[in-house]
Design a protein around this ligand. Structure first.
Ligand SMILES: NC(=O)c1ccc[n+]([C@@H]2O[C@H](COP(=O)([O-])OP(=O)(O)OC[C@H]3O[C@@H](n4cnc5c(N)ncnc54)[C@H](O)[C@@H]3O)[C@@H](O)[C@H]2O)c1
Length: 472
C-alpha cells in the first residue's frame, strides 16, 4: 500500500468514484450476495458487530471462549445493556442469519472473513495486553479453510497487525491463502447500533487489493449510503483508532482543566464551554465539562498509547497523555473535596447518596467508572455511601459489594447529608428538587456532570455546587 490513503467513495474527496451500489435492502438477507462472517469475541464490540452485520444481510457466526455468553446470545439475551441490541439480536436469530458457537473448527470452516473482536485489557505496566488477540488468532489459524481474510477490530498498539499476519500465516494449514487487515471500531456504548450501521467513517488497513475488495463487499451498504471508506496501510489504520481516542480524551481534559481555572477565579465553565463550542474550529462535542472520561476504552487506550510512545522514545506524547489523565483523575478527587466541604469538613460517618454508577448514560458498563472511583474514595473516608443507577447496579455490586444499593432515587437519598450527581442519566435531570428535599437530612447537591438546573435547585432551598461553576 505504500503510504497512500485511498478514499472508497466520492463523499470525502471525489478522487475515486468506487461507491458500491446497494446490493440488498438492510435486514432482508434475501437478495444480493451475503457473505459468511465469523466474529471472534462477542463482548460489547463483537456482539454489536455480529448483530449489525447479520442485519445487513450477511450470514454470521459469533464465537466466544465464554460458553455462558454464547448460550445467552444464542437465546436472544445480550449479556450487557445496549439500547436496541436485543430486539435486533432476536430478529436476526429468527431470520436464521446469526448463530453462536464456542468452536473454532466451526467458525473456521464457516467463514470467508473472520473479525477479531476480543479484548485488549491494560497490562500491569499500562501497556495494552494483546494476549487475547494472539490466543484467538492461534486458535483460529489451524482451522482456516479456503482463501480468507482475518480482520482485526480490537484496539491495538501499532505493529500488532503485521506481527499477527506472520503469526497466522505460520499456524495456518500448509498452502492456505490468508491475509490480515485492520478495521478499527469507533462505536460508542449507548449508541452502538447506530454507530455500527451508520459509522462516521470506515477505516481499512490492508496489504492487498483483494482485502480492500472483501471489506468493500462486507460494508457495501454503509458505503453505498455515503459513509467514507478510507483505505490505508496496517500501521496507519491501527494509529487512527488510538490517536482518535487520545484526541477525544485531550478535548475532555482540556475543558476540565478550564473548569479548574473557573473554580479558582469564580467563572462558570458551562458558559465558557457554550461560547467555545460556537467556534466551528473547536465544536461542542466532547467539550462537556464534568467528571471526565472513563469506561472500558478511553482510559486504557491512552495509557497504552502513552506506554507505546515511551517505547518509541517519543516522550512528548507520553507526557501529554499522562497530563490528560492527571486532569481527568483530579476531577474525581475534587468531587470528594466538595462533598467534604458540604458536610462541614469530615466525611466519616456522613451519609452520601450517589446518583449514577455507569461510566456514561445509556450503558451498564462500570469499567473504569469515574462514579465508582468516587464511591471508593468516599468509602475510604468512612462515609456511608448509598448508590442508585437505572441499569448498572448489578455490575457495580460485583466490583464494590460494600456500597448500599437503592432501588430508587428517593431510597438512595433518604436521610442523606449530601447528594452527588455522578452519571448524567436523563431521569436524573428531571428529579424534582422539592420532592427530594423532603427525604434528605441536608439539602446539599453536588452536580459533577454540570447537567442539572442550578437555579431550580437553589430556589428549592438546596446548597448547590457544580464542578467548575461559581458558588451561587
Ligand atoms: N466497548 C467499546 O465501546 C469498544 C469500542 C471500540 C473498540 N473497542 C475495542 O474492542 C475490543 C473489545 O472490547 P470489548 O469492550 O468488546 O471487550 P469485552 O471484554 O466486552 O469483550 C471481549 C470478549 O472477547 C472474549 N475473548 C477473550 N479471549 C478470547 C479468545 N481467545 N477466544 C474467544 N473469545 C475470547 C471474551 O470472553 C469477551 O467476551 C477492545 O480492544 C476494545 O478496546 C471497544
Amino acid at each position: 500500500m505504500g503510504g497512500t490513503c485511498i478514499v472508497l467513495n466520492t463523499s470525502v474527496s471525489g478522487r475515486h468514484s468506487l461507491a458500491v451500489p446497494r446490493q440488498r435492502p438492510r435486514g432482508d438477507g434475501a437478495s444480493g450476495s451475503p457473505m459468511r462472517l465469523a466474529i471472534i469475541g462477542i463482548g460489547y464490540l463483537g456482539l454489536t458487530h455480529a448483530v449489525c452485520m447479520a442485519d445487513l444481510g450477511h450470514e454470521v457466526i459469533g464465537l466466544d471462549a465464554d460458553a455462558a455468553k454464547v448460550a445467552s446470545a444464542a437465546g436472544g439475551v445480550a449479556p450487557f445493556f445496549e439500547p436496541g441490541l436485543e430486539p435486533l439480536l432476536q430478529k436476526n436469530l429468527d431470520a436464521g442469519r446469526l448463530t453462536f458457537t464456542t468452536s473454532y473448527a466451526e467458525a473456521g470452516a464457516f467463514a470467508d472473513v473472520h473479525f477479531l473482536c476480543v479484548g485488549t485489557p491494560q497490562a500491569p505496566d499500562g501497556s495494552a495486553d494483546v494476549s487475547h488477540v494472539h490466543a484467538a488468532a492461534d486458535a483460529l489459524a489451524p482451522h482456516l479453510a479456503g482463501p480468507c481474510l482475518v480482520v482485526g477490530k480490537s484496539t491495538v498498539p501499532v505493529g500488532t497487525a503485521r506481527n499477527l499476519l506472520a503469526r497466522i500465516q505460520a499456524a495456518a494449514p500448509a498452502g492456505q491463502q490468508v491475509e490480515v487487515a485492520w478495521n478499527p471500531e469507533f462505536l460508542r456504548e449507548g449508541t452502538a447500533i447506530r454507530d455500527s450501521l451508520s459509522p462516521d467513517r470506515l477505516v481499512f488497513g490492508v496489504t492487498s487489493e483483494q482485502s480492500t475488495e472483501l471489506l468493500r463487499q462486507v460494508y457495501a451498504a454503509p458505503l453505498a449510503d455515503g459513509t467514507p471508506g478510507l483505505v490505508m496501510d496496517l500501521e496507519t489504520a491501527e494509529l487512527v483508532k488510538v490517536s482518535a481516542n487520545a484526541f477525544l480524551a485531550t478535548k475532555v481534559s482540556f475543558i476540565n482543566a478550564m473548569a479548574e481555572v473557573c473554580e479558582k477565579v469564580g467563572a462558570d465553565v458551562v458558559r465558557l464551554a457554550e461560547a467555545l463550542a460556537c467556534d466551528e474550529r473547536i465544536g461542542g462535542r466532547y467539550l462537556a465539562p464534568g467528571l471526565g472520561f472513563g469506561g472500558g476504552c478511553l482510559p486504557k487506550d491512552i495509557r497504552a498509547f502513552s506506554s507505546a510512545a515511551t517505547g518509541l522514545g517519543i516522550e512528548s506524547v507520553a507526557e501529554l497523555l499522562s497530563t490528560v489523565e492527571a486532569i481527568n483523575l483530579n476531577r474525581r478527587s475534587r468531587v470528594v473535596e466538595l462533598a467534604r466541604e458540604a458536610v462541614g469538613g469530615t466525611l466519616a460517618g456522613t451519609r452520601v447518596a450517589v446518583l449514577g454508577l455507569a461510566f456514561k448514560p445509556g450503558s451498564d458498563d462500570v469499567r473504569d467508572s469515574p462514579s465508582l472511583h468516587v464511591c471508593g474514595l468516599l468509602s475510604r473516608e468512612a462515609a456511608v455511601v448509598t448508590v442508585h443507577d437505572p441499569v448498572a447496579m448489578k455490575n457495580a455490586a460485583r466490583l464494590q459489594p460494600d456500597l448500599r444499593y437503592a432501588d430508587s432515587v428517593s431510597e438512595a437519598a433518604a436521610d442523606a447529608d449530601v447528594v452527588l450527581h455522578l452519571t448524567e442519566w436523563p431521569d436524573y435531570r428531571v428529579i424534582d428538587p422539592v420532592m427530594l428535599g423532603a427525604v434528605v437530612a441536608q439539602r446539599n447537591m453536588i452536580d459533577a456532570r454540570c447537567a442539572l438546573d442550578d437555579e431550580l435547585w437553589r430556589s428549592a432551598g438546596w446548597s448547590f455546587r457544580g464542578l467548575g461553576r461559581p458558588r451561587n
